[in-house]
Ligand binder design. Structure first.
Ligand code: TXA
Ligand code: MG
Length: 346
C-alpha cells in the first residue's frame, strides 16, 4: 500500500496503517531526519522483519520512537537529572537518548544491551502514526544496511517496496541526516553519533559535553564500541568515494580539479553550489550539494546526492568536505564513512 500524505494525513488510511502496525506489519514512514522502517516495539516477530528487510546485523540495536514524553518512562528506567534535562530541551526533535531499558522491550530491539535509544520525532506524520498505533515504534533508517539513508521515497522505493506492507510518502525530509545519538556516561553527555543537534547546543544546556573519539575512527571488527552502529560500513555507494578538504576554499577547489585530472575525467563531483563554475568538468558530472555558507542545505541534500552519483557509474565520486564543527561534524562523519575514510586533506 502506498499513501501520499505530502499535503495532509488521510484519516481512513491512518486507521489502516495503525492496524498494520498493531498486527505486526512493517511500514516505511517519514521523520524530520530521514525515512524510517517501523514496527511495534513490543512485537518481537515484527521487529525481526525489519532486520531481515534491511539485512541488518543482529547486534546493531534499534531506536524506539515515542509520540509523547510519558511513553519514555514506560519503556525505560532510572532516568537521572541530566538525562531528564536533555529530554526537556531536545525532545521532540532530531535527538536520540540512550537510556536504561525496562523489561517490556524485547532483547532483539536492544541487541541484548541493557539500554535502548529513545527518540520523539517532531514530524507530524511520524507522531500521528505512533499515537494512533498506541505503541512505541522501533525504526532504523529506511535503507538496505550499509547504503545511504533515504530522504525521499523515490530514492528507497526500489530497494524496499517489496519488503514492507505500507509506504507513507511525506515528501522530502526536513533535516536529511539521522538524529544526534547521546548517552550520559559518568554524568557527562557523550555524543555517539553527531547530528543536527550540535555539541555546543548540548553544552549550553548541561554545561559539558563529550564527543566520542570513535566518531572519526574506523572501528575494528571485534572492537568494543559504545554504539554498535559505529563499527559497520555505512552510507556507502557502490562507486568508490574520495573526500577532499582544505580549510582554504580556493585550495579545496584546486584539489578537486587536480583529482578530476588524475582520474581522467571519469568522475562525478559533489560540489558546493558556489564552486560549480570553478570546477573544470562538464556540468552534467557535477551534483550540487547545497551552500558552503549554510550547512543545513548540505545536510538536506547529501544522502540523495550520494545515491544519484552512484547511478552514473563513474570510476570515482569526488566529494567536497567541510570543517568538522557544528553541523559539519555530522556531515563529515557521514561522508568519511561513505568514503571508507579515503580523505585527502591539504
Ligand atoms: O534519525 C534517526 O535516528 C533515524 C530515524 C528513522 O528516526 N533512525 C536511525 O536509526 O538512524 P538507525 O538504526 O539507522 O541508527 C541507530 C543508531 C545506530 O548507530 C545504533 O548503533 C545506535 O543508534 N543505537 C541504538 N540503540 C543504541 C544503544 N542502546 N546504545 C548505543 N547506541 C545505540
Ligand atoms: Mg541507519
Amino acid at each position: 500500500m502506498y499513501v501520499n500524505w505530502k499535503e495532509k494525513i488521510d484519516e481512513n488510511q491512518l486507521n489502516i496503517i495503525s492496524k498494520l502496525i498493531q498486527e505486526g506489519h512493517i511500514i516505511i514512514f517519514p521523520t524530520e531526519t530521514v525515512y524510517g522502517i517501523g514496527a511495534n516495539a513490543f512485537d518481537e516477530k515484527a521487529v525481526e522483519k525489519i532486520f531481515e528487510a534491511k539485512g541488518r546485523p543482529q547486534d546493531n540495536p534499534l531506536i524506539v520512537h515515542v509520540s509523547k514524553k510519558e511513553q519514555i518512562y514506560e519503556i525505560t528506567k532510572n532516568v537521572n537529572e541530566i538525562e531528564q534535562k536533555l529530554i526537556d530541551n531536545f525532545m521532540p526533535g532530531p535527538f536520540t537518548l540512550v537510556l536504561e531499558k525496562s523489561d517490556n522491550i524485547p532483547d532483539i530491539v536492544s541487541a541484548k544491551l541493557d539500554t535502548i535509544g529513545v527518540r520523539m520525532p517532531e514530524n507530524e506524520i511520524a507522531r500521528t502514526i505512533i499515537e494512533k498505533s498506541k505503541v512505541p515504534i522501533v525504526a532504523p533508517s529506511a535503507n538496505i544496511s550499509g547504503k545511504p539513508s533515504g530522504t525521499n521515497i523515490e530514492d528507497i522505493k526500489e530497494e524496499l517496496e517489496d519488503k514492507v506492507s505500507a509506504i507513507i510518502d511525506g515528501g522530502e525530509t526536513k533535516i536529511g541526516i539521522e538524529s544526534t545519538v547521546v548517552k550520559v556516561i559518568d554524568n557527562i553527555p557523550v555524543i555517539l553519533r553527531p547530528g543536527k543537534v550540535t555539541p555546543s547546543e548540548i553544552e549550553k544546556v548541561i554545561g559539558k559535553v563529550k564527543i566520542s573519539d570513535k566518531i572519526f575512527k574506523e572501528a575494528k571488527e571485534n572492537e568494543e564500541v559504545e554504539s554498535p552502529g559505529m563499527k559497520y560500513r555505512h552510507y556507502a555507494p557502490k562507486t568508490p568515494c574520495r573526500l577532499l578538504y582544505s580549510s582554504n576554499e580556493e585550495e579545496q577547489v584546486r584539489l578537486v580539479n587536480e583529482q578530476i585530472q588524475i582520474n581522467d575525467n571519469d568522475v562525478i563531483v559533489l560540489a558546493f553550489k558556489e564552486h560549480v563554475e570553478k570546477i573544470n568538468i562538464e556540468k552534467d558530472k557535477i551534483i550540487p550539494i547545497g551552500s558552503i555558507k549554510d550547512l543545513n542545505t548540505v545536510m538536506k541534500t547529501i544522502f540523495s546526492a550520494l545515491r544519484n552519483a552512484d547511478k552514473k557509474n563513474a570510476k570515482i565520486i569526488l566529494i567536497e568536505g567541510t570543517k568538522k564543527e557544528g553541523l559539519g561534524l555530522a556531515i563529515m562523519n557521514r561522508l568519511l564513512r561513505a568514503c571508507e575514510y579515503d580523505l585527502i586533506e591539504k
